[in-house]
Write a protein that binds this ligand. Structure first.
Ligand SMILES: Nc1ncnc2c1ncn2[C@@H]1O[C@H](COP(=O)(O)OP(=O)(O)OP(=O)(O)O)[C@@H](O)[C@H]1O
Ligand SMILES: [Mg+2]
Length: 370
C-alpha cells in the first residue's frame, strides 16, 4: 500500500499525540462577566441573558489540552469562543476560575513573566495573515524567529522547511505580491507554525476563505502540525472543520461548555439536542476513519490490540483513511480490511458491516452501546 495522501488523514489518527498524559493547558471553572456601560443598559442594548452584574460571556468552563493536541472550540456566534482564548492569552482578564499552562498559573503572572509568556509561549494567529510586502517569503516566515533572537541560519532553515511543506519551497525568495491570495494564506500559515512558541491560538483563521482554499489550509495545518507539533487551540463555527482538525472538540453554547470530546464522541453520543442537530449536518464518511472504526470494534471485543505485522492476504489501510476512501476498497471485494497504526502495527480488522453501521446515525447504532 502506498503512503497515505495527506488529505485522507483526519484527527483520530492523532488521538493521543506525543508522550505526556499530563494536560499542558488546564482551564478550570473559567468565567467572564462583562460589565456593560450605563448607556447600553439604558437603551436596552444588553443581550437577553444580562443580569444586574453584567453579561456572562463565559460561564464556568473547564477543559484540558495535552501537548501536541489540536483542541477545537466550536459554537455559534456569541457563544464565548473568542473570549476564552483572549483569557488564555490574558488579552482580557477572567472574572473567575484558573488557567494553568505548563504548571504556571497564567492569571497571576507578574508583568515581566506575562510578557515572556506572550512572547515565547503563545502565538496568537489572526484571520488576516498580514505579510510584509517588502520582505521575501523566507524572511516573512522567519520573522517571528528573528524577533526571538534565533540565529540567521537556523531561522532560515526552519522557514524554508515550513515553506516547502506548504508547497512554496521553490519560491522562498519571491515577494508576497508575486503570489496569489491562496499562496499568501499558505505563507501566513507557514509563519504561524514555524515560530518557536509552543502554543498557537487560532481564532477562526480560515473563516473568510473560499471553500477550496479553506480545505487546502486545513490540510496544510495538519501537515505542518505533523512536522512542528504545536499545541493548538483553534476556534471555528464549522463542525466539519472542527471534526477534521480537532483531536478534541469543545462545543460552546451561550458561554457554557455543552460537550467536550473527540469527533467520534460527538457523533456517537451527542450530549444534547443542540449537538445532535449539529452532527446531523456532518458528512460522516469524511470524518470517520478506519482507525476510529477499528478502535470502536475493538472496544466491543471483535478486534485486538496492535500486533506486529504478520503476513496476510487481507487488504491493509492506514488508520487515517477516511471512510469515503475505504468504500471503494470494500466495494472491490476486500472484506474485512486490516487497519494499521502509524508504526505499521495492526490495530484491528473492519468489515463492510462495521463501516455501514458506523455511517448510520448513532440512534440506529444499537450494537455500539457500551
Ligand atoms: N468587550 C466586551 N464587552 C461586552 N460584551 C462583550 C465583549 N466582548 C464580547 N462580548 C460579548 O460576549 C459574548 C461572547 O463573545 P465572543 O466574542 O467570545 O463570541 P464568539 O463565540 O467568539 O463569537 P463569534 O463567533 O461571532 O466570533 C457576546 O455576546 C459578545 O457580545
Ligand atoms: Mg469570535
Amino acid at each position: 500500500m502506498t503512503a497515505q495522501p495527506l488529505a485522507l488523514q483526519t484527527t483520530l489518527q492523532r488521538e493521543e499525540p506525543m508522550d505526556s498524559d499530563k494536560p499542558f493547558i488546564r482551564v478550570e471553572n473559567l468565567s467572564k462577566v462583562f460589565h456593560l456601560g450605563g448607556a447600553r443598559r439604558m437603551f436596552g442594548l444588553l443581550p437577553p441573558t444580562s443580569g444586574q452584574k453584567g453579561f456572562t460571556a463565559v460561564d464556568d468552563v473547564s477543559f484540558e489540552v495535552k501537548r501536541g493536541q489540536i483542541f477545537v472550540i466550536m459554537g455559534l456566534s456569541g457563544s464565548g469562543k473568542s473570549t476564552i482564548i483572549r483569557m488564555v492569552n490574558r488579552l482580557i482578564d477572567a472574572s473567575d476560575g484558573t488557567i494553568t499552562v505548563d504548571g504556571k498559573d497564567v492569571r497571576s503572572l507578574a508583568p515581566a513573566a506575562l510578557r515572556d509568556y506572550r512572547n515565547r509561549t503563545i502565538n496568537m494567529v489572526f484571520q488576516h495573515f498580514g505579510l510584509f510586502p517588502h520582505k521575501s517569503l523566507v524572511d516573512n516566515v522567519a520573522f517571528g524567529l528573528k524577533v526571538r533572537g534565533v540565529d540567521k541560519e537556523a531561522r532560515e532553515a526552519k522557514a524554508a522547511e515550513a515553506l516547502a511543506i506548504v508547497g512554496l519551497g521553490d519560491r522562498i525568495h519571491a515577494l508576497p505580491d508575486q503570489l496569489s491570495g491562496g499562496m499568501k494564506q499558505r505563507v501566513g500559515l507557514a509563519r504561524a507554525l514555524a515560530t518557536d512558541a509552543e502554543i498557537l491560538l487560532m481564532d477562526e483563521p480560515f473563516s473568510a476563505l473560499d471553500p477550496l482554499i479553506r480545505k487546502d489550509m486545513q490540510e496544510l495545518l495538519i501537515k505542518l502540525q505533523q512536522n512542528f507539533k504545536k499545541t493548538i487551540i483553534f476556534v471555528t463555527h464549522d463542525l466539519n472543520e472542527a471534526m477534521y482538525l480537532g483531536d478534541k472538540i469543545m462545543v460552546m453554547k451561550q458561554g457554557k461548555n455543552v460537550q467536550c470530546g473527540t469527533a467520534l464522541d460527538l457523533l456517537e453520543a451527542p450530549a444534547d439536542p443542540y449537538i445532535e442537530a449539529f452532527v446531523t449536518e456532518v458528512d460522516r464518511s469524511r470524518v470517520l476513519t478506519a482507525g476510529m472504526i477499528a478502535r470502536r470494534t475493538a472496544r466491543h471485543g471483535t478486534a485486538g490490540q496492535a500486533v506486529d505485522l504478520p503476513a496476510s492476504s487481507l487488504a491493509r489501510v492506514p488508520e487515517g483513511t477516511i471512510v469515503h476512501d475505504l468504500l471503494p476498497i470494500l466495494a472491490a471485494g476486500a472484506d474485512p480490511v486490516e487497519v494499521l497504526d502509524e508504526q505499521g502495527a495492526i490495530i484491528g480488522k473492519i468489515t463492510a458491516g462495521d463501516v455501514f453501521s458506523a455511517l448510520s446515525p448513532s440512534k440506529g447504532n444499537s450494537n455500539n452501546a457500551a
